[in-house]
Ligand binder design. Structure first.
Ligand SMILES: NC(=O)c1ccc[n+]([C@@H]2O[C@H](COP(=O)([O-])OP(=O)(O)OC[C@H]3O[C@@H](n4cnc5c(N)ncnc54)[C@H](O)[C@@H]3O)[C@@H](O)[C@H]2O)c1
Length: 324
């Protein structure tokens, strides 16, 4: 049974593709971007050669349906989206890609009789810590997004519920917080990964936030998307994800322990990310047993190992870092 992964030239998608190939699955990638920049950091040429690449715009309904048909996919993981800054800069484009694009995925899945859609929502459906008692977002909490991006993700969750209730299409939406690891090179919460890369390169780096973030290792997040697509759960469900919540200074201390040469090179400034840091993932873990939960220290160690290998092979991209 083939899989279609939208947005799989991105960070999480590259790891989803990797996880699927490791399972021997047939994978097609649907993305506007045609360059396997992130995929090539974690996959061999032979592995990349096994992927079917279908270039297209998620906001183009016929293109999405045609991709699903060409891939002969029975599973879909929908990740294609614009991130927070792009949605703030151009809300109309943000809605086209993030809301209409998601509707296109649901419509194509319905038309082709797929059993379910698994899609990326986000912790950005919630507001800042002061909105929530105990700084926790659990099943009784109310969403209160402060960005267009968060509003679009919340709209997608609502549309998914309506598809389940009125058309019987099952879905699982997952809400990551700050994903880190190889391929995370864009967006505000990408700064911890940039700090790890700067440490490996012996460069200075200043993260542009303070306060707490829930750090979720990209390999875990990808695994959770894949496992969610494999369970048989009728109806529309949305689950929080949880990794390890750390303050900016704690992240720096971990990175410095693993890369001692980076001591004194990393710093932070700015405001906390305006999203409550503690999300309860117990409902997800009750539904799917044995999901990974890599601690930040372990995730940083793995990331450092891959960055060092790419550096030794002269293939470590550095364009997202400020000049040395
Ligand atoms: N990374 C995180 O910390 C995080 C947190 C919460 C939610 N998410 C969600 O998870 C998903 C994947 O995130 P990511 O970090 O891999 O993002 P990313 O920006 O690395 O990847 C997104 C991909 O979508 C593609 N894309 C953008 N517009 C498109 C369009 N019009 N048509 C087709 N493809 C298009 C991009 O080319 C890119 O490859 C997104 O939906 C994102 O909103 C991510």
């Amino acid at each position: 049974m083939a899989w279609l992964v939208t947005g799989a030239q991105g960070c999480i998608g590259s790891w989803v593709v990797r996880g699927l190939l490791q399972r021997g699955e047939t994978v097609a990638v649907f993305d506007l971007d045609t360059q396997p920049r992130r995929l090539s950091q974690i996959l061999s040429r032979d592995e990349i050669a096994k992927i079917q690449f279908l270039a297209g715009d998620i906001a183009d309904a016929p293109a999405v349906r045609a991709a699903l048909e060409r891939a002969q996919a029975r599973h879909i993981i929908h990740l294609a989206a614009l991130q927070v800054p792009a949605c703030q800069a151009d809300p109309l484009k943000g809605a086209r890609v993030n809301v209409l694009g998601t509707l296109n995925v649901f419509e194509a899945a319905l038309a082709l009789g797929l059993p379910r859609v698994v899609y990326a929502s986000s912790c950005a459906i919630a507001g800042p810590a002061e909105d929530y008692a105990g700084e926790r977002y659990d099943s009784g909490s109310h969403p209160n997004p402060r960005t267009h991006y968060g509003v679009y993700k919340l709209a997608n969750e609502g549309n998914a519920r309506v598809y389940a209730e009125t058309r019987g299409l099952a879905s699982i939406g997952l809400r990551p917080w700050a994903v880190y690891g190889i391929g995370r090179d864009f967006g505000l919460t990408s700064d911890p990964t940039k700090a790890i890369k700067a440490a490996v390169l012996g460069r200075k780096f200043e993260m542009q936030f303070s306060g707490q973030m829930d750090m979720q290792y990209v390999a875990d997040v990808a695994e959770i998307f894949i496992r969610s697509a494999q369970i048989n759960l009728p109806g529309a469900h949305v689950f929080n994800l949880r990794g390890e919540v750390l303050r900016a200074e704690e992240m720096i201390a971990v990175i410095e322990r693993i890369v001692p040469e980076a001591r004194g090179q990393l710093s932070f400034r700015g405001n906390p990310v305006p999203i409550v840091p503690h999300f309860d993932d117990a409902p997800l873990r009750r539904q799917i047993a044995g999901l990974p939960q890599t601690g930040f220290e372990q995730g940083v160690m793995e990331t450092v190992r891959i960055f060092r290998r790419l550096l030794a092979e002269n293939r470590l991209p550095v364009n997202e870092l400020p000049p040395a």
